[in-house]
Write a protein that binds this ligand. Structure first.
Ligand SMILES: [Zn+2]
Length: 278
């Protein structure tokens, strides 16, 4: 078949070809990602400059990322370098040593109150907490501030603790890290049914798509609550940054097994709706 470029045959052919190829190649390949779980912590700084970290996000197609870091200066470095891509969350850890006892340390409360005055943060977290500590005065105060300033709490907690937070602080929006990491899908669904201020991110939940195949129980839940989920990577160690591009590819692969509109919501539209488009 001869193709003449002068009479418009070629463009028409290209259009036909590309519309035919799109489903074959998987349109999800093109989908931008809102990554709801990124850290740029102290140990990353020597290996990756803010520009290099941002270049990785760009390469992975991460249009926006919810960033928190230990210490918080890492988040501010990324935010100063790219305020459109970076959604800053304030982590209540000055160093890793704060992880275990932040909920009972009045100095952490002062640190958080002071830093919130910058007015750039969209949430507090990611933090770790057990159900038994959910009503500690420091947690109560941070929840109060979150309610007043319309901030999310990004909580790495199990299903018991997340329900306790939702019950104790019903006015606060909670982003549940890792869907509780090992919480049963059924339990995630029950909590979403019951608590309208709960959102869930799926960082490190490999059970969503074992060997790349979307799990049926998760799929059913995504279809039931397509507006409540976000994806995430969790760069908790520098090597996670190195695999971020591959992680995004893996994520798009299972997203591609969902109806396009549901996949888009989970990939980036929910994040954009909650935190604003760049
Ligand atoms: Zn994390």
């Amino acid at each position: 078949m001869k193709v003449k470029t002068s009479n418009g045959v070629m463009p028409l052919l290209l259009i036909l070809l590309s519309s035919w190829m799109a489903p074959v190649l998987g349109q999800a390949q093109e989908m931008p990602i809102f990554d709801a779980h990124i850290h740029y912590s102290h140990r990353d700084w020597d290996t990756l400059s803010p520009q290099q970290a941002l270049a990785i996000l760009e390469k992975a197609g991460v249009r926006q990322a919810l960033v928190s870091s230990t210490p918080d200066d890492g988040t501010l470095k990324l935010y100063q370098a790219d305020a459109k891509r970076t959604i800053p969350f304030l982590r209540p850890y000055r160093t890793r040593d704060d992880m275990a006892n932040w909920h009972s340390d009045p100095e952490v409360q002062t640190y958080v109150e002071e830093r919130l005055k910058r007015g750039v943060y969209r949430g507090i977290g990611e933090f770790h907490l057990s159900a038994a500590d959910a009503d500690r005065p420091v947690v109560k105060r941070l929840a109060e501030l979150a309610a007043k300033q319309q901030l999310f709490l990004h909580a790495h907690v199990d299903e018991v603790a997340v329900e306790r937070l939702l019950t104790l602080y019903p006015e606060v929006r909670i982003l549940w890290a890792h869907a509780g990491m090992s919480s049963p899908v059924k339990e995630v669904g029950r909590l979403l049914d019951r608590y309208p201020k709960l959102w869930v991110e799926l960082a490190l939940r490999v059970d969503v798509a074992p060997r790349g195949n979307l799990d049926l129980e998760w799929r059913t839940l995504f279809l039931r609550h397509p507006d409540r989920f976000m994806v995430g990577t969790d760069t908790w160690t520098t090597s996670r940054w190195e695999s971020l591009v591959e992680e995004a590819r893996v994520t798009r692969r299972w997203l591609g097994q969902l109806p396009r509109d549901v996949a888009e919501q989970i990939a980036y539209r929910n994040g954009e709706r909650l935190f604003g488009r760049p």
